[in-house]
Design a protein around this ligand. Structure first.
Ligand code: G3P
Length: 275
């Protein structure tokens, strides 16, 4: 969670504070003017003395990341405050669906405090791809991850951009060979489209696993970003098979948090609590 998130409308950072006499401490939420990076800061107040508790480091930070796959700013705004979303991916189809000017969409997303936004650039040859990527980079700097198609031109552009320190997300990946070339081109992310593979009777999950096994065996730093994810169950499966990141539509993110038995159990607990 970035400090910029403090400017989010309706977002109020808070922490747990325990107040009261020893033996009778009651947790309370307290609004704070500052926010500790991705952690809750716990302070025990006991008879005037403050005992800060060091938060446990988030060991999952570099192991599993969730991105939202959308260009609908409102959908991002509604979910980013959870602190569970590490980036946003867009593509020309998602931008078209938003019905808005792409630059306005990107500006709005960045204003929400997102620091990893995949922006797809188009172009006929590698030079055009590079020049469009440089234009994006000049506007958004390191917040922008340049999304390039996995073609010879895209790979060539990727090689050039990564050499000068620009993050690249290689998209439309459907085979291990393509992923291997993306790794050689220095891509930060490689995006296999698992849903579209399944649509075509190919095994998207197996591809995630094959790419991941290859990258681990060879010590490749390129991250496997599972894209075209259509349902909540696929997310756990993809991570289990080696994906580093899953980018999911907002509805899939919501589905991940929802279970009919949680709702049922909570209803019962609420009723019993009030009885
Ligand atoms: O991230 C790529 C994704 O947007 C494609 O998803 O559902 O159009 O195959 P889908």
């Amino acid at each position: 969670m970035k400090l910029e998130s403090l400017s989010l409308p309706g977002f109020r950072p808070s922490r747990h504070v325990y107040r009261g006499e020893k033996g009778g401490l009651a947790p309370q939420r307290e609004r704070l003017p500052t926010f500790v990076d991705n952690h809750s800061l716990y302070i025990y107040l006991d008879r005037g003395s403050e005992i800060p508790i060091t938060p446990t480091p988030n060991t999952l930070k570099n192991v599993m990341k969730l991105f939202l796959d959308t260009a609908q700013v409102r959908f991002i705004e509604d979910r980013v405050h959870t602190g569970l979303i590490s980036g946003i991916t867009t593509n020309p189809t998602l931008i078209k669906k938003s019905g808005r000017d792409p630059w306005k969409v990107y500006n709005d997303i960045i204003e929400l405090g997102i620091d990893d936004l995949s922006i797809e650039v188009m172009g006929d040859g590698s030079s055009e791809l590079i020049s469009n990527a440089m234009n994006v980079n000049q506007n958004y700097g390191n917040v922008a991850t340049i999304k390039l198609p996995c073609t010879i031109n895209g790979l060539q552009a990727c090689k050039h951009l990564t050499k000068i320190g620009i993050r690249v997300n290689m998209t439309l990946v459907f085979s291990v060979s393509q992923a291997l070339l993306c790794a050689l081109a220095g891509a930060t992310y490689v995006s296999p489209f698992i849903g579209r593979m399944d649509d075509n009777s190919l095994d998207g999950m197996k591809l995630i696993n094959d790419i991941s096994n290859l990258f681990v065996a060879k010590g490749v730093e390129t991250k496997v970003l599972a894209a075209s994810v259509r349902d909540a169950q696929s997310v756990g499966l993809a991570f289990g098979l080696g994906a580093d990141i899953c980018t999911v539509p907002p509805s899939v993110f919501d589905d991940m948090a929802t279970h009919v038995l949680t709702d049922k159990g909570l209803e019962q607990f609420k009723a019993d609590f009030l009885a």
